[in-house]
Design a protein. Sequence first.
Length: 538
Amino acid sequence: MKCPRCGNELKDGMLFCEHCGEEIRIVQDFEPEMEMNMETFSTETFSVEEDFPMDEILSDRMESARPKDAGGSMKAPGTEPFLKGKIRRIKKRFLSLSIQRRIVTVIILLLLVFGAGGSAVAGVRHFSADYQYNKAMEYIDKKDYVKACAYAQRAVELEPDNVDYLLRLAGCTYAAGNEEDTISLCYTIIEMDNSNEAAYKRLISIYESRKEYDIINELLLSCGNEQIVNQYPAYIAKPPEFSYKGGVYNETLSVKIIANTKGTIYYTTDGSVPDENSLVYSSPIFLESGQYDIRAVFINAYDVKSEEASEYYYVDVTVPEAPLVAPEEGEYTRPALITVEAQEDYTVYYTTDGTLPTADSTQYTGPFPMPVGVNTFRFVCYSASGVAGEETQVKYSLNLHASLSIEAARNKLLFELVNAGIIQNMGGSVKTGTGHNVYGYKYAVTIDGTDYYLYREYYEDDAGNRAGTGTDYVVSIMDGLCYKAVQAVKEASASGIKADDSQTLPDSGGDEGQETRKEPWPTLTLQDINSGTNLPEE
């Protein structure tokens, strides 16, 4: 055979030209005999059993790896001639093969080696949790969550107690739209780590989208980590708390009911089960005397109802008696003083608008004039500990049969004050300042047997601010005579309290409203408006 490039004669079996280095491609005629030989070669057990027994190959490798003794000989004497003979026979048989069969043999051996190596690598990876986890992360970055789930699942199978792997798998299943598996995985994580914030966050997100707020409430109530719970206060419906523990008390109580977040508290005080039709808590519950079985529930903004909370109280305090009021209720045609008697150390409060008096109502401090017209008074005594007693209610009708109305008498007073130079006009303008005087009706009073309307003087500035000047005037209800009324205090028998000269006139209301009184009913001395001198006593 010659070289196709330089024509040099080639030796049999040469793959390269010795003269020019040209690669020689040998194309054999494909004869039936060759085909049979190849089939025979591919099916015979030459690679392991006949031509190259595996035990011989392994023995050869073992021989080369076996440690030698000090003289360089193998540690197992007597085997060297046998092994050398085996190796020579294998080598001889291999060299006796044709070039084609040698190539095929080498290829088969290489395929076996690489196949075994590939299988070994694949096997190692299949049983490596880190490898599976990293592959899952790789597919998560590619947003291929189906494949990511498969790898994450395998990582969990290899290390089922690894919370990080479980969290990653839960994230994959959630991204893939499998909420039920995600829920199951999150609960598994919580069982392993009750403070795992990511698992709680994932569960709450799912239940929130489903509007399953009851489950969120139960989940958070079972969480032992307050830091996690405090991140979701609006979803929790804890049982209400009471400001006082149940028990026996010898003083009144103002019990507050407290909820953990925004919502509505419903309660009862008679031991019945509270529901949405029960009392709505809006202010402290005042416990005066007796027994109170308070039960309450809380419903948050997501309509989740809490467990019930309850406390039992027994308040044992003395209840004040009802106050005594004079005069008796009825119709009157002359001015009169209203007086109230109560037990010592009790405080009396009253109202005129029909509401039940509380400790925030008007306090009774001494006798006061009966107002003109029809009026209903309600009086209640309160003890020092805040216990309210029974009330006393009276209705008065005062009709003076006057010749002048209250407004007509006021105009008569303004006219007299202008004539006296106290004010500049009927509008009440004064010489100094930019404001003006206002004269407000207070009540009717009897002085030396004559009935009068009493008006109190105020100064009002341009901004509408009003302050009393300390001056009072009276106008006769029959003839319209006007006087300045000066206080002349004496002992008031109705109250049993002696007043001093520093006290002021009482106040029963009227168009200027009520004022605090710290004095008993005084007597009045009348003075001339122009001269300021006292009128002679009759």
